[in-house]
Design a protein around this ligand. Structure first.
Ligand SMILES: NC(=O)C1=CN([C@@H]2O[C@H](COP(=O)(O)OP(=O)(O)OC[C@H]3O[C@@H](n4cnc5c(N)ncnc54)[C@H](O)[C@@H]3O)[C@@H](O)[C@H]2O)C=CC1
Ligand SMILES: O=C(O)C1=NCCCC1
Length: 300
C-alpha cells in the first residue's frame, strides 16, 4: 500500500526554498519548455474556473518533467479584491508518477511568491539595460516583497522606488523590507526615469503607461493574469518588445496582450536557449503569467 503523503507547511517550505537554487532550476526548466523538439517539460495552459461568489478564480497547473520523472500540480486560488483578505492561496501536490499516488502536499504560498519573483529576475538578467540604477515597483503586496528581496540581492540599484494604491500600503511595505526604499504617491513620478519597472498589482485596469516609460527600460509585468485584466496600456504594449513565459498561455490569459493586439516576440526560454535574441537596448516587457513550474522533494 502507498505511504501516506507528507504535509509541508508554509514555514517548512520557506526554510528549504532558496532564491539561488530557484533561479538555476527555473532557467533550466524555462529552456527545456521552449525547445521545439522537446516534450521533456509538459505543461498545458492552466485551466481556470471562476469562483463567482467571491470574485475569484481557481487555476489548475499540472506539470510533468519526463527526464526526471517529476509529476506535480499547483492549485492556485486568486482574487480581485481590496482589503485584508489575501489575493492568492496555493497548494502543491507532488505525485509518484508511476502509481499516481500523492507523495507530498505542500503549502504553495511561499513557492508562488518566490518562483514568480525568480522568473522576473531571470527576465531582468536577460533584458534590463546594462546600466540599471533605478528600480520602480508598482504595487506593494506579497509579490512586491519577494520581488524586492530577490532584485536587491541580485542587482545593485542606486534607488528603489515604490508606489501603491494607497500610501498606507506603500509605507507598510517600506517598513517591512530591509533596505532603503523611496515611497511615491504618484505612479507617474515613481516610473519616470526608472530603468527597471515591476508591476505587481491586483488591478484590472492599466497602472503603467507607455508615455511615462524611459526608452530602453525593462518592465516585468506580473499582475493582470486574466484575458480582460490589464496593468499596461496600449502605448507601452505597442512600443515595447514583448517577451512571455509561454506563448500559449499569453494568447489565452493575458489581457495586456490580447486586448492591445501586441505581438509576442519570444519566450524567455527561447532567449535562454539562444534561439531568440535579448533586445536589451529596446524597451522590453516580460509578461509573466506564472507557468513553468516544477517541484522536487527529497525525503531524508
Ligand atoms: N504572474 C504570476 O506568476 C503571478 C501573478 N500574480 C498576480 O500578481 C498580483 C500581485 O499579487 P500579490 O502581491 O499576491 O497581491 P497583493 O494583494 O498582496 O498586492 C497587490 C498590491 O497591488 C496594489 N494595487 C492595486 N491596485 C493598484 C493600482 N492601481 N496602483 C498601484 N498599486 C495597486 C495593492 O494596493 C496591493 O499593494 C496579483 O494580480 C496576482 O494575481 C500572483 C502570483 C503569480
Ligand atoms: O502562477 C501563479 O501562481 C498565479 N498566476 C496568476 C495569478 C495568481 C497566481
Amino acid at each position: 500500500m502507498a505511504e501516506q503523503p507528507v504535509f509541508l507547511s508554509d514555514d517548512v517550505v520557506a526554510r528549504f526554498l532558496s532564491y539561488d537554487e530557484l533561479i538555476l532550476r527555473l532557467e533550466e526548466v524555462l529552456g527545456q519548455f521552449s525547445r521545439e523538439d522537446s516534450s521533456e517539460v509538459v505543461q498545458p495552459v492552466r485551466s481556470v474556473m471562476p469562483i463567482h461568489n467571491h470574485n475569484g478564480y481557481l487555476g489548475l497547473m499540472p506539470a510533468y518533467i519526463a527526464h526526471e520523472d517529476t509529476l506535480c500540480t499547483k492549485m492556485v486560488a486568486f482574487y480581485r479584491r481590496k482589503g485584508n483578505l489575501p489575493s492568492t492561496q496555493a497548494t502543491v501536490l507532488l505525485f509518484n508518477p508511476e502509481y499516481g499516488n500523492v507523495k507530498a502536499v505542500m503549502d504553495g504560498l511561499d513557492i508562488t511568491h518566490k518562483r514568480t519573483a525568480a522568473v522576473s529576475a531571470i527576465s531582468a538578467k536577460l533584458l534590463m539595460p546594462a546600466q540599471s540604477d533605478v528600480l520602480c515597483i508598482l504595487g506593494c503586496g506579497h509579490q512586491a516583497v519577494s520581488h524586492y528581496e530577490i532584485f536587491t540581492r541580485l542587482f545593485s540599484f542606486k534607488e528603489v522606488r515604490v508606489c501603491s494604491r494607497t500610501l498606507e500600503t506603500a509605507e507598510r511595505f517600506a517598513a517591512r523590507v530591509r533596505g532603503p526604499v523611496k515611497v511615491f504617491t504618484s505612479a507617474e513620478e515613481a516610473v519616470r526615469g526608472a530603468d527597471l519597472i515591476i508591476t505587481v498589482t491586483n488591478s484590472s485596469e492599466p497602472v503603467l503607461f507607455g508615455e511615462w516609460v524611459k526608452p530602453g527600460a525593462h518592465v516585468a509585468a506580473v499582475g493582470a493574469c486574466r484575458p480582460d485584466w490589464r496593468e499596461l496600456d496600449d502605448v507601452l504594449m505597442r512600443d515595447a518588445v514583448i517577451y512571455v513565459d509561454t506563448r500559449e498561455g499569453a494568447a489565452v490569459e493575458s489581457g495586456d496582450i490580447i486586448l492591445s493586439g501586441a505581438e509576442v516576440f519570444a519566450e524567455l526560454g527561447e532567449v535562454l536557449n539562444g534561439t531568440q535574441p535579448a533586445l536589451r537596448n529596446k524597451t522590453t516587457v516580460f509578461k509573466s503569467l506564472g507557468k513553468i513550474f516544477s517541484v522536487k522533494y527529497r525525503q531524508n
